[in-house]
Design a protein around this ligand. Structure first.
Ligand SMILES: C[S@@+](CC[C@H](N)C(=O)[O-])C[C@H]1O[C@@H](n2cnc3c(N)ncnc32)[C@H](O)[C@@H]1O
Length: 345
């Protein structure tokens, strides 16, 4: 990149960062929801949202010049084709991820201290805000599961939906707020689903979200101590292995808890373990950044392996082989940032 292009690139990066913060402000003050009701002047939008016009006008200035809103005839518009990425109960809504990024700003002083002194930032330091988003990005996953779990994810592995239809014993490891189980248990009533998570708060939310489903149970526990008798037919782990403090132990436990013809279905990030292979991947810089600000440092805080979100397929395949999985296929998932590992003993 030429010198002058690099300066422009950095300025655009700053703009993206500032807009990310103001998008969070717009979400929390209700401005996006108010704007989705149709075009308005700044006074009209302020009135609709019950806010101060002077603040709303400056915010709208950033939104218009940042190409999130349009402005014509004195009125500001949030186009519907933009609104679907900022609002609504669909997988297209990027707001949970945008809010997660803003939530990381609070831990930066602790992160910088860890660069110098070692150790890391404990999960508890991220506060209730991040947890209310569903332990990192659970909210965005909720819609992904509803729209893609059965056909897109499970459907990628030949024979899996048939097995779940007939009835299987399934464990969802690192189940978080139970979003995957809530969908799977309804889609496959003959199967029995158990969710396991180390965080009692998210398990309580999972129990509330699946209340009344007869084929669901949850347990609070550490995956590194997993034992199963009888073994499970299917163990799933959605975005839950790279964050483990002892991932090698967890993978061996999973292998030990599976029936001889069982399947370990792991969804994780879809990158290379080698930085040079990730250059040019439009999602890589964002994922390395999130990995540093959450996955790596929270693991180091516990003296963990700190695999990070960018551990990559090469490392994942080595670790799965070490854990005793002799047949592993890496499959495309409905999201480009994730892949599916279909692992058999
Ligand atoms: C990124 S979240 C994913 C949650 C869920 N699978 C989903 O897709 O929404 C990772 C989850 O793994 C859980 N977890 C981390 N270490 C664990 C361990 N050793 N045993 C059980 N759960 C663990 C965390 O509490 C968190 O809920």
């Amino acid at each position: 990149m030429e010198e002058k292009d690099f300066a422009a690139y950095l300025t655009a990066t700053m703009t993206g960062s500032a807009l990310t913060m103001l998008i969070g402000v717009g979400h929390r003050t209700g401005l996006f929801a108010a704007a989705a009701r149709g075009p308005a002047t700044s006074a009209g939008l302020a009135d609709r949202a019950g806010l101060q016009e002077r603040y709303v006008r400056e915010w709208l200035g950033a939104m218009v010049t940042g190409r999130i809103f349009t402005f014509e005839g004195g009125e500001y518009t949030l186009p519907p084709e933009h609104a679907k990425f900022l609002l609504g109960e669909t997988a297209a809504n990027l707001m949970p991820s945008l809010l997660t990024l803003s939530a990381f700003t609070g831990i930066l002083p602790d992160l910088e201290r860890s660069f110098a002194d070692g150790g890391g930032v404990p999960r508890s330091a991220y506060g209730p805000y991040l947890e209310s988003l569903g332990a990192k990005t659970g909210d965005s996953w909720k819609h992904v599961y509803r729209e893609h779990l059965v056909d897109g994810f499970f459907g990628a592995v030949p024979g899996l939906t048939d097995r779940l239809t007939v009835g299987a014993r399934v464990l969802d490891l690192g189940c978080g707020t139970g979003n995957a189980i809530a969908v799977a248990a309804r889609a496959f009533p003959a199967s029995r689903f158990t969710g396991l998570d180390i965080n009692a708060n998210v398990v309580a939310q999972a129990e509330a979200a699946t209340d009344g489903l007869p084929n669901v149970a949850f347990a609070v526990g550490d995956a590194a101590e997993l034992v199963a008798d009888p073994p499970y037919d299917v163990i799933t782990a959605f975005d839950a292995v790279h964050d483990q403090d002892r991932p090698d132990v967890v993978l061996r436990r999973i292998r030990g808890a599976l029936a001889p013809d069982g399947l370990f279905f792991m969804v994780d990030t879809n990158f290379s373990s080698h930085v040079e292979n990730n250059i040019g991947n439009p999602l890589a810089a964002l994922c390395y950044s999130i990995s540093l600000m959450y996955c790596t440092t929270t693991s180091l805080a516990e003296g963990g392996a700190a695999l990070g979100a960018m551990w990559g397929t090469e490392k994942a395949l080595d670790m799965l082989a070490d854990a005793g999985f002799r047949h592993v296929s890496v499959l495309d998932s409905p999201r480009p940032q994730n892949c599916i590992y279909a692992c058999r003993p």
